[in-house]
Design a protein. Structure first.
Length: 242
């Protein structure tokens, strides 16, 4: 089952959202706990209006990744001046959570782009619940519920073919400035009936618009960087699935 990154045009009852993607920067700390292990990663994101995204990873090791809306990716390692070049639509900059909120696409979290159609909408305890189902048989979720509180997504629940929840994503601690942005995203993936993997992403230092200033917005891989092949993973990775 494909996981979702994670990661919408709606008139909000909050400060206005620009229809075009905005320049922004933000720091992210991600803590993943599962299988008796805890992994912490930190990075800084620099998103340009044209969709060019620079991600400077600080931990577990210093890397700088450049991606665009087409999924063209460059991973630069300053330690040895090497670069990995790849093309993968699954890592397109538009799928980064901050890009989705900056461009106002959280009304459906891009589910239609993955082959899902809205089948129902209902009110429950003051919340709006939208139900999406795949148009055809797919490896993804059999059903997805997207829950809104005052027009902002607060939860997504993915269901398996047997009707059991296989993944939940919670959006909280919204910062309502130039864009509405959940500063905490908690993901729970149920690996088995008795086991799960929990990922907590915390966003800080969000700066939007002209105030977002850093030379990293214009970072380019050095012309003399040595092109190398991608590293093969030594252990299974938790790639986000839809």
């Amino acid at each position: 089952m494909k996981r979702f990154i994670p990661t919408l045009l709606l008139a909000l009852l909050v400060p206005a959202v620009a229809t075009a993607q905005q320049r922004l920067s933000v720091d992210v700390q991600t803590v993943t706990v599962g299988g008796g292990k805890k992994v912490t990663a930190t990075k800084s994101l620099y998103l340009n209006p044209d969709g060019r995204l620079v991600s400077e990873v600080h931990r577990p090791r210093h890397l700088i990744t450049l991606t665009n809306s087409l999924g063209e990716m460059r991973i630069y390692n300053p330690a040895d001046n090497s670069v990995v070049v790849a093309d993968d639509k699954e890592v397109a900059s538009s799928k980064e959570v901050v890009a989705m909120f900056a461009s106002g696409r959280y009304v459906d979290m891009d589910l239609p782009l993955y082959g899902y159609t809205q089948r129902d909408v209902r009110q429950s305890d003051g919340l709006t619940v939208k139900t999406y189902e795949p148009k055809a048989k797919t490896k993804g979720a059999a059903k997805v519920e997207l829950v809104f509180d005052r027009h902002l997504p607060v939860c997504m629940v993915y269901y398996g073919p047997k009707g059991d929840a296989v993944r939940k994503v919670y959006f909280s601690r919204y910062e309502l400035g130039r864009i509405p942005m959940p500063m905490r995203i908690t993901e729970v993936e149920y690996i088995s009936p008795t086991d799960s993997v929990v990922t907590l992403s915390t966003y800080t230092n969000l700066v939007v618009g002209a105030e977002a200033q850093s030379e990293m917005f214009d970072f380019k891989v050095p012309a003399d960087a040595v092109k190398v092949a991608p590293e093969k993973p030594t252990m299974p990775t938790n790639k986000k699935r839809r």
